[in-house]
Ligand binder design. Structure first.
Ligand code: PMV
Length: 331
């Protein structure tokens, strides 16, 4: 069976050469059909396909430069290599550039307001992969880079394109067909609102949460087939420009994912009372005619999707909402 090291070795050109200065941007993304559960934990391969919307100018800018010693600067602050987030970054850099590589200074900045509570490993690992690609001038396609970024974070596979993006789970045991691709759509008036409920660190990482759900949740058995069918239906709605169907599916899919987590033993509950309050307000507003739908990830914050024409209503009902135009071009 292939290891992560062998997969990088096989896909990257040899020799890689010296790193030169390079910089890259990647948007964050929100899944409308969720990825939850791995079929191979070591290769970070998903049990189901997923589909997301990228967040335009909400993302990560990463710069790489040769240096005297390894140094990681995140949002202006140097991170000790022993910190778990930094250790994940350096492990990925070693996979990409080889453990015997020369030292690098990585400077990474999120344009996502910290107060939005939207930790973004997706844009972080996509921007890091693109910056490494530039630094070592690998000439790899975005599909291959998307496949490699999976080793940093699954959702990063989808942050290589703007707009709607589908990550195909693939079938190959070495994951060679598990990468993302853009999905064409006429839904360019789609807007996303982030309703921050809790901006502190997650109670449990998505990686641990997924493993706990797969191993102990009696409801998980139903998830992979349902999630795959939802992903196909979401893709059809995106392609057909059918916002209503897209919204209904995305909300049902997110709630089904949270149901599998809550049935885990011990229970895995990311949603807080504030999340439920947002959902109840949304459902009341929807009964009164608001065309907006919710989705939630491995955290308490709620994200809404709606069309541009509903933006004023959303802002009025949820004064704390941060509204994002996913199609805004980054500066
Ligand atoms: O890629 P990860 O390990 O951050 O996991 C992402 C999990 C969800 O955000 C809950 C779903 C998704 O598809 O983004």
């Amino acid at each position: 069976m292939a290891s992560a090291e062998q997969i990088f070795e096989n896909l990257l050109p040899h020799p890689l050469g010296e790193a030169r200065e390079a910089s890259a941007y990647a948007p964050s993304n929100i899944a409308l059909a969720k990825y939850w559960g791995k079929r191979d934990a070591a290769l970070n391969l998903p049990l189901n396909s997923s589909l997301s919307i990228s967040l335009g100018d909400w993302g990560t800018q990463t710069q790489i430069a040769p240096s005297e010693a390894d140094r990681l600067t995140f949002n202006g602050e140097d991170l000790d290599a022993a910190r778990p987030a930094a250790a994940k970054v350096w492990r990925f850099v070693d996979l990409f550039a080889g453990a015997g590589r020369a030292p690098l200074h990585i400077t990474t900045t999120n344009s996502i307001p910290t107060a939005a509570g939207l930790a973004s490993s997706a844009s972080g690992f996509a921007a890091l992969t693109l910056a490494l690609d530039g630094a070592f001038n690998t000439g790899l396609s975005k599909e291959v880079l998307s496949m490699l970024a999976r080793f940093g974070s699954g959702s990063a596979t989808r942050s290589f394109w703007h707009g709607f993006v589908r990550w195909n789970k693939g079938r190959a045991t070495d994951g060679r067909d598990s990468h993302a691709q853009p999905v064409k759509s006429g839904l360019d008036d789609l807007r996303v609102a982030i309703i921050a409920v809790d901006t502190g660190p997650k109670s449990q990482s998505s990686r641990d949460g997924m493993n706990q759900t797969v191993a102990t949740s009696p409801l998980f058995e139903a998830w992979p087939a349902r999630a795959e069918a939802d992903c196909d239906a979401v893709e059809a709605a995106v392609k057909g420009g059918d916002f209503e169907t897209l919204g209904q599916l995305a909300e049902a899919n997110a709630l089904a994912m949270h149901a599998t987590m809550m049935a885990a033993r011990p229970a895995l509950v990311y949603l807080k009372s504030g999340s439920w309050q947002v959902l109840e307000t949304l459902w009341q507003a929807r009964a009164a005619g608001l065309e907006a739908f919710a989705t939630m990830d491995a955290g308490a914050n709620v994200k809404l999707i709606f069309r541009e024409r509903s933006a004023l209503d959303v802002a009025q009902i949820f004064p704390q909402a941060q509204i994002i135009d996913p199609f805004a071009k980054p500066a």
